[in-house]
Design a protein around this ligand. Structure first.
Ligand code: NDP
Ligand code: MG
Length: 384
């Protein structure tokens, strides 16, 4: 039986690369659900090619366009964020690939887990905001969360056959982003175009900016903390500019296991779909002969204050990581619209974290309320 997929965020970078795999292996994967935010044209194109059971467009204003374009097909068309969350629990689906960006993925993630789906998770913000709640639910509902993020896929691969008691530490590698080696004064002057020019990965705009500030790496520490149930003092970051080692695990006997490959997100996507098995990659992964050297550096948490803020948020716990994420989403969006400077993003997140870091949260509703409150605060900062 083929694995039946819902791809949430199918029009984005991870969504399209997931469809690249489905295109090659139609006998192994069928596409049952596709969802997008507002890119109606791409969603229609994908629907015509993959003939899913249903599509959902988040933006309600684009509903008519999608529904008219697919009127002559059997594909059901829905709109709005509630329909995306419902689609994640669809009974025709085995695996939900969560490739939406930001907190928009939270309710669909919870919905997929509650319905007992396998969750192939790219959307790291879900674990930043609600890691404790989501991982607890995943155990309760027997719904495994398999990471697509390359570092966490690497760690999961290194941990196959190992017991958690034998882990000394997890070593998350980081490319260092476009501003590797920059000091605080140099970061004052960087532009949006420079920040969007990632040296290794071609990704959506939001994660590209998070990679430039190193917030992405801070988020990945939080993501690892929850996925692998490990304290943050056992998670180190090592800058590795070649991005060949996607992460490592050091064991108590001193051995270090690393997962290596040429950087290509289709590999961790494929692993998340086929885990615990492996499947022949339908693309060139390449050997290592043409790689002259593998180098490592310490991460700079002084110039890259975002990283220090992420460590602080996870240490405080409660609502702090949720506030961190909400402030960061607002700041990145303003930066992308050239309404805030690179350093301005840092100041906005710092202010929001200071204001909201001691808020206690226990439920999904608390987290959503805190997310909203933080956004309102950040927008008011911008307007003053
Ligand atoms: P993109 O911006 O390329 O794609 C995001 C997708 O989510 C698009 O389909 C978009 O629709 C949809 N979307 C955005 N906002 C909403 C919303 N409010 N409601 C419904 N759908 C929405 O992002 P990426 O693919 O780069 O990243 C996706 C996630 O994966 C992020 O959390 C990122 O951190 C993580 N990730 C990405 C990696 C990468 O290589 N790209 C690597 C590791 C992790 P539309 O096209 O219509 O806007
Ligand atoms: Mg990553």
């Amino acid at each position: 039986m083929p694995q039946r997929l819902a791809i949430l965020g199918s029009t984005g970078s991870i969504g399209r690369q997931t469809l690249d795999i489905c295109r090659v292996y139609p006998e192994l994967f069928t596409v049952e659900v596709l969802t997008a935010g507002s890119n109606a044209e791409e969603l229609i194109r994908q629907a015509i090619e993959f003939n899913p059971n249903m599509v959902v467009i988040g933006n309600e204003n684009a509903y008519n366009q999608v529904s008219e374009a697919l009127a002559s097909t059997d594909i059901k068309v829905f709109c709005g964020s509630k329909s995306i969350a419902d689609a994640a629990a669809n009974s025709e689906v085995d695996t939900v690939v969560l490739a939406m960006v930001g907190i928009s993925g939270l309710e669909p993630a919870v919905s997929a887990i509650r319905a007992g789906k396998k969750l192939a998770l790219a959307n790291k913000e879900v674990l930043v905001v609600a890691g404790e709640l989501v991982t607890k639910l995943s155990i309760e509902h027997n719904a495994p969360i398999i990471p697509i993020d390359s570092e966490h896929s690497a760690i999961m691969q290194c941990l196959q056959g190992e017991s958690s008691a034998s882990i000394e530490k997890i070593i998350l590698t980081a490319s260092g982003g476009p501003f590797r080696g920059f000091k605080s004064e140099q970061l004052q002057k960087v532009t949006l175009q420079q920040a969007l020019a990632h040296p290794v990965w071609s990704m959506g705009d939001k994660i590209t900016i998070d990679s430039a500030t190193l917030m992405n790496k801070g988020f990945e520490v939080i993501e690892a903390r929850w996925l692998f149930n490990i304290e943050t003092d056992k998670i180190d970051i090592l800058v590795h500019p070649q991005s060949i080692i996607h992460s490592m695990v050091q064991f108590v006997d001193g051995s270090i296991k690393a997962q290596m490959s040429k950087p290509d997100m289709r590999l961790p996507i494929l692993y998340a779909l086929t885990w615990p098995q492996r499947l022949k990659a339908p693309f060139q992964t390449g050997g290592l002969l043409d790689i002259a050297s593998l180098t490592f550096e310490k991460a700079d948490t002084t110039a890259f204050h975002h990283l220090a803020m992420a460590y602080r948020a996870i240490e405080i716990g409660g609502g702090a990581p949720c506030a961190l994420n909400a402030a960061n989403e607002v700041a990145v969006d303003l930066f992308l619209h050239e309404q805030l400077s690179f350093v301005g993003m840092q100041n906005m997140v710092e202010n929001a974290l200071r204001k909201f870091e001691s808020i206690k949260t226990t439920t999904l509703a608390d987290l959503i309320a805190l997310d909203n409150e933080t956004r309102v605060f950040c927008k008011s900062l911008k307007n003053n």
